[in-house]
Design a protein around this ligand. Structure first.
Ligand code: HGY
Ligand code: MN
Ligand code: MN
Length: 418
């Protein structure tokens, strides 16, 4: 039986078929996908994937933050061996980010079904609400509530960039489930995900054994100035929200350059009002995304940015309302599970290297509660959050086979670690 289990492999055509079919929902002209959390496209994607879960015989539940978990019974009851990720995307996303992890989980189940294997421990596959955090902040919202890191009621009342709340939009798409989240514990959690960076491709390594996730800090600055005539207003009389916003953009880059190392800084939102060629901007909405693997250095970056904003507000005579949109400390995955990723990749003949994750992931919410690991596969040109996102089918196969073997190992074993 053990030999047969070791030789079990996924069906790549079936997995790629599902990946491409899901990618049709919210497809953008010219490629890529827009399936923002809790939109009608998200609803259609959820319906499709939940339907596949039911076809595979999984017992599907929806919780109050809209997480969807399908469970395959084992010979024993108790905490399941779990995998999953997200199917919401950014507005200019690819078909792999998140989706690969969910559909590879379904492929693991389909492979076990085909082989007639019943594992000792239950197997679970989930997709979690609003991992991206593009429409509603913070990111990893659903998995954060699912694992007790974020408060359910606080998240349901979050107002998004379109002025609606999470709770209202969940009800609108009919995914305001009745299961109360927060105390679900898995036996272990493994997430397959595209790297979304250049390392594996540059080093021609097939698999990333992810050591952890870097710290994430998202801050929103609403800058209130005075609109005035671009031609008649002397420079010393201006209270230009647009100038303050631009200064923040330049300072974010300077902070990353001076701290060096893993420090990254991004201004992704920079909206001016009234945004007209001959009007000094009255308002500016700016977001700053700061990340670092070292929380102490990340705190230094945050402190520098905060004091800079205070100074520029004083000099320019504008008022700034500051709001924290997300703040997650760096997370380390379970050493024994990282070893299993490496050993499994080795056993299947794939090159593998340890590496941190630059992006946030649902797995980071499981890490404090159960042995957790992530498997990375390469991203072409290191691109993601971009319609050009791509991973070769054979790289998808390698990642999904390692996921299958890892879950199988843990699901048939007695001890807590894989
Ligand atoms: O922003 C992130 O790291 C993730 O895509 N939510
Ligand atoms: Mn993702
Ligand atoms: Mn993403």
């Amino acid at each position: 039986m053990t030999v047969a289990l070791n030789s079990l492999r996924i069906d790549l055509d079936r997995l790629m078929g599902r990946l491409n079919e899901l990618g049709e929902i919210g497809a953008l002209d010219g490629g890529g996908v827009c399936r923002l959390a809790l939109t009608d496209e998200d609803r259609r994607g959820r319906d499709l994937v939940a339907g596949w879960m039911r076809e595979l015989g999984l017992d599907v539940s929806i919780d109050r933050i809209g997480n969807v978990v399908g469970i395959r019974a084992g010979t024993q009851s108790g905490p399941p061996v779990m995998t999953g990720s997200h199917i919401d995307t950014v507005a200019t996303g690819g078909i792999y980010d998140g989706n690969l992890g969910v559909l590879a989980g379904l492929e693991v189940v389909a492979t076990l079904n085909d082989a007639g294997i019943v594992t000792k421990h239950p197997v679970a596959v989930g997709f979690f609400t609003n991992e991206e955090g593009a429409r509603f902040q913070p990111d990893m919202m659903g998995s954060g509530v699912h694992q007790g890191a974020l408060d359910l009621d606080a998240m349901l009342s979050v107002e998004g960039i379109d002025g609606t709340t999470v709770g209202a939009d969940l009800a609108a798409i009919n995914y305001d489930g009745d299961v109360v989240p927060g105390d679900f514990r898995a036996r272990s959690f493994v997430e397959l995900h595209v790297e979304q960076g250049p390392v594996l491709e540059e080093e021609t390594v097939s698999i990333g054994a992810v050591t952890g996730v870097q710290g994430i800090s998202w801050t929103e600055y609403r800058i209130h100035g005075v609109s005035n005539h671009a031609g008649t207003t002397p420079m010393h009389l201006r209270h230009d929200a647009g100038y303050a916003a631009a200064a923040i953009v330049v300072e974010a880059r300077a902070i990353a350059a001076e701290l060096g190392g893993d420090q990254v800084a991004t201004v992704g939102v920079n909206d001016l009002t009234p945004n007209l060629v001959n009007v000094i901007a009255k308002e500016a909405l700016v977001t700053v995304d700061l990340r670092n693997t070292d929380d102490d250095i990340l705190k230094q970056a945050e402190a520098r940015m905060a004091s800079f904003v205070e100074d520029v507000a004083k000099v320019e005579g504008v008022r700034v309302d500051t709001r924290t949109l997300a703040r997650f400390a760096p997370v380390r995955f379970d050493e024994a599970m990282i070893d299993v990723v490496e050993q499994t990749a080795d056993a299947l003949g794939h090159s593998v290297r340890r590496m941190p994750s630059g992006a946030g992931h649902d797995a980071q919410m499981f890490a404090p509660n159960c042995p957790t690991a992530m498997i990375f596969v390469p991203s072409k040109d290191g691109i993601s959050h971009n319609v050009e996102e791509f991973t070769e089918p054979e790289q998808v196969r390698a990642g999904a086979d390692i996921l299958l073997q890892m879950m199988l190992t843990v699901a048939v074993q007695d001890d807590a670690h894989a």
